[in-house]
Design a protein around this ligand. Structure first.
Ligand SMILES: [Zn+2]
Length: 210
């Protein structure tokens, strides 16, 4: 469901807007929550996802799922947040039966632009470590952990691959320390694939713009 349609606004924003040294692909991230996050939690989440993907050329614009279909993008993803994504509602136990922290839909072997993020499981995974850090840091660290799962699923969607790597944001399984470590980036090969994708999106938008 890639949107190849062109709009003047999208071209202006994509090619002319923002950092003029490095044109970025404007990408729509449509979100919905089982249990709505507060504005403060959401803004932490957005900024943590941005800090991972902006250096790779992605200019992410977050929108409510209900607004889907009204704007044209170089690329887009629809992300549903399951469970509770806030510190106060972390469940006590990690569910060992269904341990996936996030999923991207695959149909006939092709990656679809739909991801689901399992906030309860992420919260339960990092909860023991969060208890060891300063109270005022916990919410940001939880949102950063959720952001890492979001970035992982967006990697599947934007690069169009179900493959995993052995290290970095794109690896198959995250540990609690992956989720909370100060540095957690895509491995070089994945970063390269993402940069190529974002650059191709900019060119594609320009081509359709003529
Ligand atoms: Zn994955």
């Amino acid at each position: 469901m890639k949107v190849l349609a062109f709009s003047l606004l999208a071209l202006a924003e994509t090619v002319l807007g923002g950092d003029r040294d490095a044109p970025k692909a404007a990408v729509g991230i449509y979100i919905e929550f089982d249990h709505p996050s507060t504005d403060a939690e959401l803004s932490l989440l957005e900024s943590e996802v941005r800090s991972i993907l902006a250096p790779l050329g992605f200019d992410l614009r977050w929108r409510d799922m209900e607004a889907a279909g009204h704007e044209a993008w170089a690329d887009l993803a629809l992300v549903t947040f399951r469970g509770h994504c806030d510190l106060a509602s972390i469940p006590p136990k990690f569910d060992p039966v269904a341990p996936s922290l996030g999923e991207t839909h695959l149909v006939d072997g092709r990656i679809q632009p739909y991801a689901e993020i399992e906030c309860d499981r992420i919260g339960a995974l990092v909860k023991p470590q969060l208890a060891l850090v300063r109270r005022q840091d916990r919410e940001r660290l939880l949102q950063r952990a959720i952001a890492r799962v979001v970035a992982h699923e967006l990697y599947h969607i934007f690069v169009g691959t179900a493959a995993h790597k052995s290290t970095g944001v794109g690896k198959a399984e995250f540990t609690a320390s992956d989720m909370l470590s100060d540095r957690f980036q895509f491995a070089p090969a994945q970063a390269h694939a993402l940069i190529q994708t974002s650059a191709a999106d900019v060119l594609q938008t320009s081509r359709y713009g003529r």
